[in-house]
Structure formats: structure tokens, C-alpha cells
Design a protein around this ligand. Structure first.
Ligand code: ARG
Length: 506
């Protein structure tokens, strides 16, 4: 990695230096029950409480990544204690904390919109996509303030002067807080997502513009995009459903410097996986030499692979035990019968459905697009637990006996399942061994303690930082838990709510 690099990620664990986030915007506060399924929500969310929880997350990130901003926000919080959301947290506000390490996508979009030509392109694209009237398009064009326009393009809410009301001009993007899903940095390249559902397609579109006109403006050749194959357009509709190409970042992990892991899930299709493998192996600059593909059941509770496991240390993982072959063998008869029963139910995961494949970059032959080229499938790994062991041992040189797997809900039913649902396995590593999760997953927290980790509430940790009892550099082997009553309702944890741009090399 060149020392001036601002975008480079080669693991899930290297000390986090820069990332994209998005503070819950007004769109989330407008989700109605009738839209749950379509907008990928399961409940309404109390937006002001959610923001309070999210602000703790932002403050934690700033302490670790950009501590110089702390006095500024602390001052604001004091000064504006009466406000539901202090202005320093609003990416459209002139008093926004504006860090170049903890960056809001809305703020970045505003930077892109400052260029008049690009602004027109984005407004036209969004309006065409959303089927807006020409009058609406003109109203959007007329917004001079890029910060205001970015807010409208994300929340869908426009202030209409004629009737002095805030009206929807198109649907909000209530899932934009899950920045992980919109793209993924692979060493110094970036893979753009191609959202699986219409509810998230505008997110992919906005990220494409942010990438080409800002993040990768000077090196667009490092952007990897996937799209439908040319035959796709001639397929019948029913076949198109099978061969659709979609990928979301929550399914892609830069798991080790030369190793990419992709989940094939409800959101990431086999066609997309196939295309990513070909594109990445055809490109000699990505640094990827092997790709592991994990097929998981297509299920709401595990819409992406990062809801099933994440990495904590080179030798430590957190995993939803239901998908561990070892645990399945150890289950006693009653529990086993329970799982068999679940497997019969249509909407429950079928254990047979977990499949792990590994593809290696061919060393000898050059890749020729268009030739009938076969990928080299050398390993078929037995299950998830073997895969995680294999990564620790093969990629990180850990001794087999030192690999530790911590299970969701300590692997006891029903806590395993309840806590997986509230993202016990979806942790963000701030550095190796220091991960962020939710305070509601009690049994998983106990499992972390039993594995020798400290577990601390974010408010207590921030207090210690503030009192100078501790510095972020001193924090080791710790699970930091965020308040999560509202945040967890949107179905994503700290891993989903982060899109790392820069990590130190591991
Ligand atoms: N990487 C993740 N697990 N993201 C979670 C996304 C949750 C969001 N409500 C959705 O269904 O799309």
C-alpha cells in the first residue's frame, strides 16, 4: 500500500482509518407498515431514539479515527442539549463535523453535486429512474444548495414552496444507513453493488456517481462493475429471475490480502458471483488469487453473509452455530430433532443448502474473454466452521488449536436464533480484536467474556476516554456494545453500517 493511499482495504481486521457511514435520515421516520416488505423493514423505528443510538456510534468512530473532532462535537452537544439532533451530526448542516475519516455518503454526494454538469446528469438519472414528472425534475434542478439537494435525493422529501409542505417526490432510501451494502473496497479497487431489490437500486445508482466522480475520479479503471450478460435480455421473464445479476456488499468480504469471500444469498445471485470471479481473475491488478463462495439459504434473517459470521481476530470468529457442521454433529438428540423439524418447514434454512466452494486464479493460462474458460475448482470445503478454520490457518498462519469460534447466543436455542436476528454476528472490527456490536445480545456478550474478551457499553467507554482514563490505542480484545433498541430494528449491525475505505495492512 502506498503511504498516501486514501482507499485501500486488504482485510476485515486491519486498523480502520477511513470509512463511509450514513446517519439515519428523515426517510426512515416515514416507513409505514404497508411498505415493510417492499422497503425491507420489519417494524417502524423511533427515529429520534435511533439517531441518539447512532450518534454514539459516530462518536466512537471519531474517537478511534479522527479524535481531533471530539472537542467540537462535545461542545455542540452541550450547547444544543435541547435539540433532538445537534446540528454537528447533520451532514447537510453548515455546522456538520465534516471529518475526512468518518465520512457520510450524503456529504460526499453533495461534493459531487457541486459540479453543475454532474448535478444535471444525476438529477436526470434519478428522475428517469423514479419516473418523475418534468415539473419535479425542474424543481430538483432549481435547488442551488448541493447539501440540500443531496438530502432530497436520498430522503425523497422535497419542500414545495407553493403549499409550504414537505412532500415525497419519490420513495425514501431507508436502508442507506447500511453503507456496507453499496460497494466494497478490494485492495485498491472497488466493486460496485448492483442491488437485488428496487428498494435499494437508487442507492447503487448514487454510489456509482460518488465513485466515478469523486472517490475514483482519477482512476476509474479500478472500479469493477457487473451487469447482465447480453443473452439475459433475450430470456423469458421467468428465466430472467433465475439469471439476474445482483450483488450487495454485505455478501462480499475482503477476508485476507489475496482472498475474497462472497456469499451467494437472497441478495447475491450465482450469475453475479460468476461474473465477479471472471472479472477479478481477468484483472491482474486486484491482488486477488483465491475466491471462496459460500452459498447460504435465501432467507430474510440472513439476507447477507455478514449476518452469519464476521471476523474478530486472526484466530477468532463469531458465527451463527446453526451453520456449523461441528455443532450439528454435537447436538444432542432432542436438539437435533428440532433442527430436522425446522428443515422440513419451507421457510427455514436447509442445512444441506450450505455449500462452500473455492476458486483459484489460474497461474498458467492467460484469461481470454469469450473463450469457453473453466474455473479451477480445487477445494470443496465441508462447511462454514471448516472454512473459518481454514482462513485462520492458511491465510493468517494460526495454529489449528488456537482457532476460536464464538457462537451467537452461546449456541443455545432460542438465544442463538434471537440474537442472530438482532445482528450478534454482524460485528465491525475497529482493529484486530476490538469489535463493535449491540448491547441487546446478552448471551453472545457472555460468550465473548467466556472467550476472554472485555465487554463494555459504548457510553462507559466514551466516558473513560473523556476522563482520560483510557485511550483508544489502549483498548484491546474488547467487544464494544452500542445501544440498539431502535437501530437493530432496521435489520443490520455495525458491520452493515460501515463501508471501510482505508484499513492499515494486516
Ligand atoms: N450487510 C447487511 N447485513 N445489511 C443489512 C441490510 C438490512 C436492510 N434492511 C435490508 O434488508 O437490506
Amino acid at each position: 500500500m502506498n503511504s498516501n493511499a486514501t482507499i485501500h482495504v486488504n482485510s476485515e481486521l486491519g486498523t480502520l482509518k477511513r470509512l463511509l457511514v450514513h446517519s439515519p435520515d428523515g426517510g426512515i421516520g416515514k416507513v409505514v407498515p404497508g411498505k415493510f416488505k417492499e422497503w425491507l423493514y420489519d417494524d417502524t423505528v423511533h427515529i429520534s431514539q435511533m439517531r441518539r443510538e447512532y450518534n454514539e456510534y459516530v462518536k466512537l468512530l471519531l474517537y478511534f479515527l479522527d479524535p481531533e473532532k471530539i472537542p467540537y462535537i462535545t461542545e455542540f452537544e452541550k450547547k444544543q442539549a435541547h435539540k433532538k439532533q445537534p446540528d454537528c451530526y447533520k451532514p447537510h448542516h453548515p455546522d456538520y463535523f465534516n471529518s475526512d475519516k468518518v465520512i457520510d455518503t450524503q456529504y460526499l454526494l453533495a461534493q459531487v453535486l457541486k459540479n453543475e454538469t454532474i448535478k444535471q446528469r444525476i438529477v436526470s438519472a434519478v428522475c428517469a429512474w423514479e419516473g418523475c414528472s418534468f415539473a419535479t425534475e425542474r424543481m430538483l434542478d432549481a435547488i442551488q444548495d448541493p447539501y440540500e439537494l443531496a438530502k432530497v435525493l436520498i430522503s425523497g422529501v422535497l419542500h414545495i414552496a407553493d403549499n409550504n409542505a414537505n412532500d415525497f417526490v419519490f420513495a425514501p432510501l431507508p436502508n442507506f444507513i447500511f453503507t456496507r451494502d453499496i460497494s466494497i473496497v478490494i485492495n485498491d479497487h472497488i466493486l460496485l453493488s448492483n442491488a437485488a431489490t428496487p428498494a435499494r437500486e437508487r442507492e447503487s445508482m448514487l454510489m456509482k456517481y460518488i465513485t466515478y466522480y469523486h472517490l475514483y475520479k482519477n482512476n476509474p479503471e479500478k472500479v469493477i462493475e457487473i451487469s447482465e450478460s447480453s443473452d439475459f435480455f433475450l430470456l423469458e421473464q421467468s428465466e430472467q429471475q433465475v439469471f439476474k445479476t445482483s450483488v450487495e456488499g454485505g455478501d462480499v468480504m475482503m477476508i485476507a490480502p489475496n482472498h475474497l469471500l462472497i456469499g451467494c444469498s437472497e441478495r447475491t445471485t450465482p450469475s453475479a458471483v460468476d461474473e465477479i470471479i471472471h472479472k477479478i481473475f481477468a484483472n491482474n491488478q486486484t491482488g486477488i488469487e483465491k475466491i471462496s463462495v459460500v452459498k447460504i439459504p435465501k432467507q430474510r434473517a440472513m439476507m447477507h453473509i455478514d449476518t452469519v459470521f464476521t471476523q474478530v481476530r486472526k484466530n477468532t470468529w463469531v458465527l451463527f452455530g446453526r451453520f456449523s457442521e461441528k455443532v450439528m454433529q454435537q447436538k444432542n438428540a432432542t436438539q437435533y430433532a428440532y433442527y430436522l423439524h425446522l428443515m422440513e418447514k419451507e421457510d427455514m434454512p436447509d442445512l444441506e443448502n450450505i455449500e462452500v466452494l473455492r476458486f483459484y486464479k489460474p497461474l498458467q493460462q492467460a484469461y481470454h474473454p469469450g473463450t469457453n474458460y473453466q474455473l479451477d475448482i480445487r477445494d470443496k470445503i465441508q462447511g462454514l466452521e471448516s472454512l473459518l478454520h481454514n482462513i485462520s490457518i492458511e491465510d493468517y498462519g494460526v495454529a489449528p488449536e488456537d482457532v476460536t469460534i464464538i457462537y451467537s447466543g452461546n449456541n443455545v436455542f432460542p438465544y442463538d436464533e434471537r440474537e442472530q436476528w438482532t445482528d450478534s454476528c454482524n460485528l465491525l472490527a475497529l482493529k484486530e480484536g476490538v469489535v463493535v456490536g449491540y448491547d441487546r445480545n446478552d448471551e453472545t456478550m457472555k460468550a465473548f467474556q467466556a472467550a476472554g474478551f472485555n465487554v463494555i457499553k459504548v457510553t462507559d467507554l466514551l466516558q473513560k476516554f473523556q476522563n482520560k482514563e483510557l485511550t483508544p490505542a489502549q483498548v484491546q480484545n474488547t467487544l464494544i456494545v452500542l445501544p440498539s433498541a431502535e437501530l437493530s430494528r432496521a435489520r443490520g449491525g455495525a458491520h452493515c453500517m460501515s463501508m471501510p475505505l482505508l484499513r492499515e495492512n494486516i
